[in-house]
Design a protein around this ligand. Structure first.
Ligand SMILES: CC(=O)N[C@H]1[C@@H](OP(=O)(O)OP(=O)(O)OC[C@H]2O[C@@H](n3ccc(=O)[nH]c3=O)[C@H](O)[C@@H]2O)O[C@H](CO)[C@@H](O)[C@@H]1O[C@H](C)C(=O)N[C@@H](C)C(=O)N[C@H](CCC(=O)O)C(=O)O
Ligand SMILES: Nc1ncnc2c1ncn2[C@@H]1O[C@H](COP(=O)(O)OP(=O)(O)OP(=O)(O)O)[C@@H](O)[C@H]1O
Ligand SMILES: N[C@H](CCC[C@H](N)C(=O)O)C(=O)O
Ligand SMILES: [Mg+2]
Length: 481
C-alpha cells in the first residue's frame, strides 16, 4: 500500500508502506513509526533512530521534531497511529467482542470462544492466556500482555482473519484502553464484569481506572454496537456497573444486563453441585435451567457475560444457554490440579486482587467440609495498596493462610510479604513458593480443600528481572506424591 493511499491524500514522496512500529528497534525500511510519551520514556526521543532505520513517516505530537520523514502530527498520536495501522492490516474477523473489568476478562473471552465453537463458528480469543485459535490450541503473539501492543494486536487479529476466523473475543485491559492498543478494530459488543481495586500504581485513582474502562463503551464500541453488563447491585463496586449502563443508554446503544439484577439474563437461583452448579435463568419471560460444569459464583457470572456477548452478536438464546452445559474450565481458574492421598482437592486460581481472592475462596467454601487452606502472595512492581487488603481477606475467609511469593519482580520479596502480613495476623509466612505449596498440600487432611492463588496458568516466577520456570499445577502435583 502506498503512503498516499493510506493517508487518503497526496504526499511529497509516495513510498510503499511496509509495516508499522512503536519501537525504533523494530523499524525497517518503509515503516511508519509511532512516537508516544510513555510511562517510563518518551518515544519522541527515538524518532531520529527510527528515521535512520528507514521509517518513512512518523506519527507524533504536532510539536515533535521529525526530520527526514513525513511528520503526521496529531494531538492524540496513539489513536491516529492505530487508525492508520488498522487501515493497513485490515480485514479483520467480521465479529469482534471485548470484555473489560478488573476480574473475569480471561474467563469471559475463553468461554465466549468456546460457546461460539460449540455452535460451529470459527472463533478465537486474545488475552492473558495468549492467542487461542479455532481448535483451542494456543499460540504466542501477545508478548505476555493481556491486551498486546497495538502493532502486535492488529497484525495478529488480521492474521486470524486470514486463517478463516470469523469471530474474535479479546480482553480489553485498562492499560490497553488507556494506550489505544485496540483502536481501529471495530468492536460489535463489549462487556463489563466488575471494577474493584487493582492497577492503582498506573491509574492513580479508582475514578481514573474506571474512566479508562469506560472508554470501551463510550469510544471503542461501534456506533451500532451492544453492551453486556453484569448487574448484582449488592456487589462491591456495583455503582460502576450502573454507570456503564447509563453511558451505554446515553449513546443509544443496545444494552443487555445479566446477573441477579439483570433483565436480559436474570440469574434467579444458583445451586452448587459436586462438580459445578445449576443456574436458574430467566430470559425473554422463559425459565431456563443451566447445568454449568464450573464451580463458583464468579464462574457463573463470567459464563453469563459470555452468553450475553454471543447472544447479542447473533446467537440464539436457547442454543447459547444450552451450550453452557458443554464448556470446559479455563486454564488456571479454579483448576483442580490434584487430589491428595488424604482426598483433599488442590485448586489453582489466578486470584491476585482482593476481590478475586474473596471470590475464589467463596467459590470453594461450599465444597469444603473441613478446612480451607490458602497459599497466596502479591506481585512486585504493582499496586502496593492491595497487599494488606488481600492479607485481611485471607485470614478472615480462609482457615489456614500461608503468605508466599508471587512474581516479586524488582522488589524485595520479604518486604512484599511484610506488607501483606501487617493485615494478616495469624497467617504463616513461607517465602519460597514451592515450599509454601508443599506445606499446604501436605497439611491437608480429609475434608480439607487447598487453594493456591495468584499465578493460575503462569509458567514462571519473575524474580529480579529473570523468569524462573514455575508452574503451580505441577508443583502441587509433585507435592502430593
Ligand atoms: C505500563 C505499561 O503499560 N507499559 C507498556 C507500554 O509502555 P509505555 O507506552 O508506557 O512505554 P515506555 O516503555 O515508557 O516507552 C514509550 C515508547 O517508547 C518506545 N521506545 C522505548 C524504548 C526504546 O528503546 N525505543 C522505543 O521506541 C516504546 O515502544 C513506547 O512506544 O507499552 C510497552 C510497549 O508496548 C509495553 O511493553 C509496556 O508493558 C509493560 C512491559 C508492562 O508490564 N505492562 C503491564 C503493566 C500491562 O500492560 N498490563 C496490562 C493489564 C494486565 C491485566 O490486568 O490483565 C496488559 O494489558 O497486559
Ligand atoms: N466475575 C468475577 N468476579 C470476581 N472475581 C472474579 C471474576 N472472574 C474472575 N475472578 C477472579 O479473578 C481471577 C482472574 O480471572 P480472569 O483471569 O478471568 O480475570 P482477568 O480480568 O482476565 O484478570 P487479568 O486482568 O489479570 O488478566 C480468577 O482466578 C478469580 O479469582
Ligand atoms: N495482569 C496482571 C497479572 C498479575 C499476576 C500476578 N501473578 C502478579 O504477578 O501480580 C498484572 O500484570 O498486574
Ligand atoms: Mg486476563
Amino acid at each position: 500500500m502506498k503512503l498516499s493511499a493510506l493517508l487518503g491524500h497526496a504526499t511529497a514522496t509516495d513510498e510503499v508502506v511496509t509495516g508499522f512500529a512503536i519501537d525504533n528497534r523494530k523499524v525497517a525500511p518503509g515503516t511508519i513509526f509511532g512516537a508516544f510519551q510513555g510511562a517510563t520514556v518518551n518515544g519522541e526521543d527515538y524518532i531520529p533512530a527510527a528515521v535512520a532505520a528507514g521509517a518513512i513517516a512518523v506519527v507524533a505530537r504536532p510539536q515533535a521534531l521529525v526530520e527526514g520523514a513525513l511528520h503526521i502530527g496529531s494531538d492524540n498520536p496513539r489513536a491516529t497511529f492505530a487508525d492508520l495501522a488498522a487501515r493497513f492490516f485490515a480485514p479483520f474477523p467480521a465479529t469482534c467482542v471485548a470484555p473489560t473489568g478488573t476480574n473475569g476478562k480471561t474467563s469471559t473471552v475463553e468461554l465466549t470462544r468456546q460457546l461460539w465453537y460449540l455452535v460451529g463458528e470459527r472463533a478465537a480469543s486474545v488475552g492473558t492466556l495468549g492467542i487461542t485459535t479455532a481448535d483451542g490450541s494456543l499460540k504466542d503473539g501477545t508478548g505476555g500482555l493481556t491486551t498486546p501492543d497495538v502493532v502486535s494486536f492488529l497484525a495478529n487479529v488480521a492474521g486470524l482473519a486470514r486463517e478463516g476466523i470469523t469471530h474474535l473475543a479479546f480482553e480489553a485491559s485498562s492499560h490497553g484502553l488507556a494506550q489505544y492498543r485496540t483502536q481501529g478494530l471495530p468492536v460489535a459488543a463489549a462487556a463489563f464484569t466488575n471494577l474493584t481495586r487493582d492497577h492503582l500504581d498506573y491509574h492513580g485513582t479508582m475514578e481514573a481506572y474506571f474512566q479508562a474502562k469506560l472508554r470501551l463503551f463510550t469510544e471503542v464500541l461501534a456506533d451500532n454496537g451492544a453492551a453486556v453488563v453484569w448487574r448484582d447491585d449488592q456487589a462491591e463496586g456495583a455503582d460502576y456497573n450502573r454507570r456503564i449502563c447509563e453511558a451505554v443508554t446515553a449513546r443509544g446503544l443496545r444494552l443487555l444486563t445479566v446477573g441477579p439484577d439483570g433483565e436480559t439474563l436474570r440469574l434467579v437461583k444458583r445451586t452448587p453441585t459436586l462438580l459445578g452448579q445449576t443456574l436458574a435463568v430467566e430470559a425473554d419471560g422463559k425459565s431456563h435451567s443451566i447445568t454449568l460444569p464450573l464451580i463458583g459464583a464468579y464462574q457463573a457470572a463470567n459464563a453469563l457475560c459470555a452468553a450475553g456477548l454471543v447472544m447479542t452478536t447473533g446467537g440464539d438464546t436457547a442454543k447459547t444457554l444450552a451450550a453452557l452445559s458443554r464448556v470446559t474450565g479455563v486454564r488456571g481458574r479454579l483448576e483442580r490440579a490434584v487430589i491428595t492421598a488424604s482426598g483433599a482437592p488442590v485448586y489453582v486460581d489466578y486470584a491476585h486482587t482482593p476481590d478475586a481472592l474473596r471470590a475464589a475462596i467463596a467459590a470453594l467454601r461450599p465444597h469444603t467440609a473441613n478446612r480451607l487452606i490458602l497459599a497466596f502472595g502479591a506481585g512486585g512492581d504493582r499496586d502496593t495498596g492491595k497487599r494488606p487488603e488481600m492479607g485481611a481477606i485471607a485470614v478472615a475467609e480462609a482457615d489456614v493462610a500461608i503468605v508466599t511469593d508471587d512474581n516479586p519482580r524488582g522488589e524485595d520479596p520479604a518486604a512484599i510479604r511484610a506488607m501483606i502480613l501487617t493485615a494478616a495476623p495469624g497467617a504463616r509466612e513461607i517465602g519460597d513458593r514451592r515450599a509454601a505449596i508443599t506445606a499446604a498440600v501436605r497439611m491437608a487432611g480429609p475434608g480439607d480443600v487447598v487453594l493456591i492463588a495468584g499465578k493460575g496458568h503462569e509458567q514462571g516466577q519473575i524474580v529480579a528481572g529473570r523468569t524462573l520456570p514455575f508452574d503451580d499445577v505441577s508443583v502441587a502435583r509433585e507435592a502430593a506424591q
